[in-house]
Write a protein that binds this ligand. Sequence first.
Ligand code: GLN
Length: 535
Amino acid sequence: MKYIFVTGGVVSSLGKGLAAASLGTLLERRGLKVILQKFDPYLNVDPGTMSPFQHGEVYVLDDGAETDLDLGHYERFTTGALSKLNNLTSGQVYESVIRKERRGDYLGATVQVIPHVTDEIKNRIHKVANEMDGDIIITEIGGTTGDIEGLPFLEAMRQFNDEVGSENVLFIHATLVPFIRAAGELKTKPTQQSVAKLREIGIQPQIILCRAEQEVDDDLRSKISMFCNLPKTHVMQFLDLEHTIYEAPLELRKEGFDQVVCDALGLDLPEPDLTEWTSFVERVIHPSKEVRIAVVGKYIELQDAYKSIYEALTHAGADSDCRINIVRLDSQDILDDGAAAHLSDLHGILIPGGFGERGVEGKVAAAQYARENKIPYFGLCLGMQIATIEFARNVCGLKKANSTEFDPDSPHPVICLLEEQKDVDEKGASMRLGTWETMLTEGSRSRELYGSDQVNERHRHRYEFNQNYREQLEAAGLKVAGTSPDGTLTEIVEIPEHPFFIASQFHPEFRSRPNHPHPLFAGFVKAALECKNKS
Ligand code: GLN
């Protein structure tokens, strides 16, 4: 087993998750079984309780783990399935250490960061190595070198390197090389200082990835090489990507990234076959068609809040040779200005997941507009609940229909708490999470798109479609297109008379991959294209 650790310096948001994932792509295409994972130094046990404002999207795995959005990159850039073992936080580490202390596992000892916390971290790496099928583990350490909370992780990496032998371990440091406009040049000092921080702890990075807005020339590379004590060929640039994140593996390959990694780890592997990847990137960059699709949410100003949805749209767009111009709409604006003001020239309307009352009425207005004006509608999780509420109110005449999440006293709670949720009083990891089976209704559009009568999709919700209203809603034209195997939970609703009106209780966006668009997303984009052609 080989181990790569990716750290970040100077600032966050450097794209080290993307760099780690891209290295995964390159090594996988050289024939290795790659496991990617993330260590996050914050004290939350998982990001499930954090607002998207704090941490972007919460990415859900098959086993129901609520994880950092970088795991989404890992799953989209490699084929390996991830599990809850692949996102370790300080919260989990301390929780486990304290549980062991109370049980008496350390009886007699003073429990300390070194060795107890660092052992716990190293044990997780060994556990992943033992339990998961892989040749190489790429671990990204969240945060920035120099953060107090990251120190135990870095110290654990240092010890790990000594224990498994440095020939099996590689440290990659991603850092910022800023352009100072007044001086007209890129500066290496922050990189030098951040590497100095790592070396203070006893870690010498063997590769430095320089995030820069401009070419990192030979002189700069020489300088970094000298100050940071590594060969010049191991100093690489990672520039802003011109069109799409899927260019990252190709750009890094131009720098010789994967070759240097292989050489440093003594891996003699064939060149990677990137034909399929390159043709996907080509289709993303140069499509012949385009559509405008609205994503109506309340975190639209955040780049990362609906990450997997944007990526799934990109995958589906590439599949239809179509650029997706995403129009990010704040649901409050729809309420303020009226739906037509924002939605009339769009070819598709997508309502993503969400929690809490804010923004809900604007989303209901958007769903109504899509239904009445025959604009393709795609609802995901909350987007399905919204579609149901809107239909109940405006088609079935249940004027005050709502979800009990937003109106606990609604006379028509068409969306209500899942039975199993009624006694739940802790917020963490307590939703209906992870992969559940859905049986698709014969004759439904969803079944046709999936080409199957049964699918497995990832969930993250507390509320559900209220079965007491099923008959009434179905009679009025909102068809149940998918249910749990026992038929008690509604997983998909559709309006058959509409050009495309599909809404799922699950999150299909988590299962979309480059070159393997999700069938529902692919169908939605095709419907948007048809909508455009008709208008
Ligand atoms: N808030 C809703 C629920 O808990 C929807 C959740 C979501 O969109 N992920 O059921």
